[in-house]
Design a protein around this ligand. Structure first.
Ligand SMILES: Cc1cc2nc3c(=O)[nH]c(=O)nc-3n(C[C@H](O)[C@H](O)[C@H](O)COP(=O)(O)OP(=O)(O)OC[C@H]3O[C@@H](n4cnc5c(N)ncnc54)[C@H](O)[C@@H]3O)c2cc1C
Length: 459
């Protein structure tokens, strides 16, 4: 139970209007988008400037209060489920785009800036910020950096990590640390930026982030390839990559997902198709057209029954919006949706798809498959009801079986959703015991009292 005197201290820093003590207010910060039990925080604080953010971190450390920093709470791994009696620090009042520098092609932002707003602001200046998580309309840049978020364009453009030039963050004592620089190249000091990206709020609290921008592609071509068999679609994915063509986006959807998405979005998807590939090439017009022609031919060689090229921007946007709504569409169908993101080397996509289907049969569970197939990042999705204990046991076993298959293929537990609480116990499967010990030593050195988002990543 947090004392009145301590609440007063938080009020002095953040202002009474930015302190939430009522249960009805706090409950919204007790969970995130992962399927995990909610934990009620003792207090929610909303700093409105960076100085307050640093002072809050220091106050928490001085009083050994667990602190969970939260952007929009859309992460899928339990990264913002707080500790019991802990503090949640919300960044949604720190949402200034501080600078868009078109000459140096960079942008400097506060952590609470919403991803899509940043993308739109730089696009208005003719520049491009590629990382586009499906949640971009609500997710924050701080959350994206802390999770190393990916998105639909990861295949060609990489993930958030590839755009972070520098971070200013508060260490556990509330001291400001600066990493990286505004230069394209920087080999000065330890790569602390690298350490912070994907650190899920466990090593420091970001206050300012400098991101690289690139020129906006001048041309694009979007198409939808329809298949009678899921295996043909996944073979086409592997063949496109093996032909060394790198579309901006190469997404797969199985019939289960197609029907849910079409029902939700009315985008005109063929609901009788066994599988779809949604593909976009972009860049210089000649290269874009050449790549698109090759992709089309490879899809046909792999028995695509039809290929539909978007005729205009409206048609293209409609299909991509429908794809971005896949999770929301599926979530409507059952009380509990478990979305995984085990990722495999791209050549193993057909095999991984078959393994997921076999696991579905083995555990008697419908597992929908969609995701960023072009970069090996599938999202097997299990629709269930967590209150059905027997079924939930099968779900947990199926998830572990999916992880095991991905790791056996040289894959990883998470392509983009992070470790959080959800995957912490599996980390050793992918690494070594020494890796866990090493990571725990880093954490102990930087956060001796374990107040920064305890329980995440390394448990
Ligand atoms: C519908 C839907 C679609 C999604 N699609 C994708 C996708 O395509 N690709 C993808 O990668 N993810 C996706 N996600 C997952 C999620 O949106 C991302 O993980 C996103 O990066 C989280 O951003 P957020 O602002 O919600 O962060 P939060 O969930 O609030 O926080 C995430 C982590 O970041 C930490 N954090 C937040 N702010 C800071 C800060 N200032 N300093 C230090 N640590 C901080 C938190 O402590 C937490 O550990 C999706 C989620 C949903 C619900």
């Amino acid at each position: 139970m947090i004392s009145k005197a301590l609440i007063d201290e938080f009020e002095k820093i953040a202002g009474s209007e930015n302190i939430f003590t009522d249960k009805t207010d706090r409950v919204a910060y007790s969970y995130d988008a992962a399927v995990l039990d909610a934990v009620m925080p003792a207090l929610v604080v909303r700093p409105v400037h960076n100085e307050a953010l640093g002072q809050i971190v220091r106050l928490c450390n001085d009083n050994r209060l667990p602190l969970t920093v939260r952007g929009s709470g859309t992460n899928l791994s339990g990264g913002t489920v707080p500790s019991a009696e802990g503090i949640v620090v919300v960044t949604n009042a720190l949402q200034k785009i501080l600078e868009i520098n078109t000459a140096d092609m960079l942008v400097v932002v506060q952590p609470g800036v919403v991803t899509a707003k940043l993308a739109a602001a730089v696009e208005a200046k003719g520049l491009f910020y590629p990382p586009d998580p499906g949640s971009q309309a609500v997710s924050t840049i701080g959350g994206n950096v802390a999770e190393n978020a990916g998105g639909l364009r990861g295949l060609k453009y990489g993930v958030t990590r590839d755009y972070v030039m520098g971070i200013e963050f508060f260490d556990v004592n509330g001291e400001l640390v600066k990493t990286g620089s505004r230069t394209v190249k920087c080999a000065t000091g330890y790569n602390l930026t690298g350490l912070m990206v994907g650190s899920e709020g466990t090593l420091g609290v970001f206050s300012e982030i400098t991101l690289k921008l690139i020129p906006k592609p001048v041309h694009y071509k979007a198409m939808m390839a329809v298949f009678d068999k899921m295996d043909d679609a996944s073979q086409a994915v592997a063949a496109i990559i093996a032909a060394h063509i790198v579309p901006a986006t190469l997404e797969i959807m199985d019939n289960f997902t197609i029907r849910a998405v079409e029902d939700f979005s009315k985008a005109g998807l063929p609901t009788d198709a066994a599988a779809l590939l949604l593909i976009e090439t972009d860049g210089h017009p000649a290269q874009t057209e050449e790549d698109a022609a090759k992709v089309e031919s490879i899809c046909r060689q792999n028995r695509a029954t039809s290929i539909h090229v978007a005729q205009d921007a409206a048609e293209r946007d409609k299909v991509w919006l429908a794809r971005r709504n896949a999770l929301a569409a599926l979530a409507k169908l059952k009380p509990t949706l478990v979305l995984e993101d085990a990722t495999v080397p791209r050549s193993r996509i057909p095999e991984m798809v078959r393994e997921i289907q076999a696991i579905g049969s083995q555990y008697d569970l419908p597992i929908g498959i969609f995701g960023h197939a072009g970069d090996g990042n599938l999202h097997p999705t299990i629709l269930t009801d967590k209150r059905n204990k027997k079924e939930w046991e099968r779900v947990e076993a199926a998830i572990e079986a999916i992880f095991d298959k991905a790791l056996a293929m040289g894959g990883t537990l998470s392509g983009e959703h992070g470790t959080g609480i959800a995957k912490a116990r599996f980390l050793e499967k992918e690494t070594t015991p020494a890796t866990i010990v090493y990571s725990k030593r880093v954490k102990k050195a930087l956060d001796p009292h374990n107040i920064l988002n305890p329980g995440k990543i390394i448990g």
